[in-house]
Design a binder for this molecule. Structure first.
Ligand SMILES: Nc1ncnc2c1ncn2[C@@H]1O[C@H](COP(=O)(O)OP(=O)(O)OP(=O)(O)O)[C@@H](O)[C@H]1O
Ligand SMILES: [Mg+2]
Length: 338
């Protein structure tokens, strides 16, 4: 793993923590400004501030490769609005020298501000709770917090809920982390790591690997890798991969859930469902097509064969991560016309 530079260095990890602390301070100042502007300072408590900055995704799971982005969400009380983030906070960010490449993505399913702070790329989302204060024992995975919350906040909370649920459902996160980092490198080198293009994204690889971690809780990382490729090279798609039972509804929220209700018919067309583990369950790989599935199945089989040879002492780890030659199967090499 060291040879492939898969483990972030201690100094990179320390720099990430420092940058996150700066971001946290910036969010605190922003929330205070909004409270002051709206004459709400009587309700502002330093001990229990009306916001929490949470990380999720690969950084939170500790499976990020060096240089990976940091997925963050600011969880706020009902006194802060999304417009505040896209106006006040955005303007404050524009003025900072340590922030570059600042972009608003306001109309997305998960509205975010994208930026680079110091050397790290960030996505910052916002989830607005229905409460006037953040509950002291706030457990983000509890479905009750989704009540009276707008759709964009539900999707913004979803990232943290999914990541925290994965952590709680897998007994062996410590060993699995190595396996997931290796899988990310494999998927990148073999050209199958890009959710929008119909391949795997971080979350889909993490769920698939977590399932293997559940099935083989005592296996070492190298074995887990083999079991991963062994299992998925034989998987009977479109049988879904998931970590827990899918709940059709919770607290009468009636949110669209994969495989249920209004979405049921179109969900049946999904070729390689990998289902997120908390309400409302979603397919993390809805973009997979017949051809990308075929490519991935070929890659699972190739990787399974190589892992078997490695475990028998007949191949090297570097064979598994050998970069794909995109034109190796093309009978005619493409000509690029400028
Ligand atoms: N297609 C999707 N379906 C459901 N949730 C998603 C999807 N894409 C992203 N997310 C949520 O956003 C989080 C961050 O996504 P991202 O693509 O950055 O993955 P990641 O696990 O952080 O991997 P990477 O190391 O490549 O950044 C995921 O952990 C997941 O909770
Ligand atoms: Mg990420």
């Amino acid at each position: 793993m060291e040879a492939e530079n898969l483990l972030p260095s201690e100094s990179e990890s320390a720099r990430r923590v420092r940058t996150l602390a700066k971001l946290n301070e910036m969010c605190r100042d922003f929330v205070k400004r909004v409270y002051e502007k709206n004459n709400l300072m009587e309700q502002y408590s330093e001990e229990n501030p009306p916001y929490q900055l949470r990380t999720f995704g690969s950084y939170r799971l500790d499976v990020h490769l060096p240089g990976a982005d940091m997925d963050t969400v600011m969880i706020v009380t009902r006194h802060i609005h999304r417009d505040d983030m896209f106006n006040d906070l955005y303007v404050a960010m524009q003025a900072r020298k340590d922030i570059t490449n600042l972009i608003k993505v306001q109309e997305a399913r998960v509205p975010v501000i994208k930026f680079q702070m110091d050397e790290f790329e960030f996505d910052l989302a916002m989830a607005r709770l229905s409460y006037a204060t953040i509950p002291e024992d706030f457990d983000v995975t509890d479905d009750k917090h989704l009540k009276n919350v707008d759709q964009q906040s539900v999707t913004s909370l979803n990232g943290v809920r999914v990541t925290d649920t994965i952590r709680s459902l897998v007994p062996t996160m410590k060993t699995l982390k190595y396996c997931i980092r290796a899988l990310k490198l494999w998927a990148k080198k073999r050209g199958v790591y890009k959710n929008v293009l119909g391949f795997l994204g971080g979350i889909s690889l993490e769920i698939m690997a977590a399932r293997i971690g559940q099935l083989y809780p005592k296996a070492l990382p190298s074995r887990l890798l083999y079991f991963f490729f062994f299992t998925y090279s034989q998987w009977k798609w479109p049988q879904p991969v998931g970590l827990t039972e899918v709940i059709a509804n919770s607290h009468d929220l009636n949110l669209p859930v994969w495989g249920f209700g209004a979405t049921e018919m179109s969900d049946r067309r999904h070729l390689m469902p990998i289902i997120t583990p908390c309400y409302p369950a979603q397919n993390a790989t809805a973009n997979v097509s017949k051809s990308t599935l075929k490519v991935m199945q070929e890659e699972f089989t190739r990787a399974k064969d190589i892992c078997k040879q490695i475990l028998e002492g007949n191949a090297e780890w570097s064979d598994l991560f050998e970069p794909l030659d995109p034109f190796s199967k093309a009978s005619v090499k493409p000509t690029f016309v400028p």
